[in-house]
Design a protein around this ligand. Structure first.
Ligand code: SF4
Ligand code: SF4
Length: 190
């Protein structure tokens, strides 16, 4: 009896060894999918929250930011500090913008709060490690980003044609007047 159980133990161990090796052998002949980073870089989805940037309009040679302060107020960690001035044409422009990425949690509230297409997440800048924490405090020049043509926002849809003016109803005729060509009936007893 002891010899049989000893023999069965050997067979069972050998079977377990083959089961494990079968997985190894299967993957040995499969096509590898190793990315040789940093030589090879996979494109991230467009909506990845890699870095926050200030959109710069190259044609107008200015940032889109109008210093409305909405992003600053929306930030739960008070990461954003900015200043602006009113220009001679009456429009406000941002003069100084600072974002401390050491306390930013990439929640996106600032991007959502911006109604001037001035702040955005970019996906391609994901190598954001630095040696000193102070380097994570970025200004408008460090955050400057010109939107590539393929990411340009879709044009606004054309406004729908105005509806035709309604035909005035007969009841719109003032009381006591008669339309031209219609003689009012004689009053009783007149
Ligand atoms: S992503 Fe969130 S935490 Fe970071 S600056 Fe914007 S609002 Fe503040
Ligand atoms: S919400 Fe937009 S436009 Fe307003 S200050 Fe922030 S980035 Fe500038």
């Amino acid at each position: 009896m002891g010899f049989v159980s000893y023999f069965l133990g050997i067979v069972k161990g050998f079977w377990n060894l083959l089961s494990g090796l079968s997985v190894t052998i299967r993957y040995f002949f499969k096509k590898t999918n190793t990315q040789q980073y940093p030589e090879e870089r996979l494109p991230l989805p467009e909506r990845s929250r890699s870095m926050i940037k200030l959109i710069y309009d190259g044609e107008k040679d200015m940032f889109n930011c109008v210093a409305c302060l909405m992003c600053m107020k929306a930030c739960p960690n008070s990461c954003i500090k900015l200043e602006g001035v009113r220009m001679p044409d009456g429009k406000r422009r941002m003069t100084n913008f600072k974002l401390d990425f050491s306390t930013c949690i990439f929640c996106g509230y600032c991007v959502e709060a911006c109604g001037f297409d001035a702040l955005t997440f970019v996906s391609e800048e994901y190598e954001n490690s630095v040696y000193k924490r102070g380097s994570l405090l970025q200004d408008e020049q460090a955050m400057k980003w010109v939107r590539p043509a393929h990411l340009a926002p879709a044009p606004e849809p054309a406004p729908a044609p105005a509806a035709a003016a309604p035909t005035p109803a007969v009841s719109a005729i003032p009381t006591g007047t008669s339309p031209a060509g219609i003689t009012p009936p004689p009053q009783a007893g007149a």
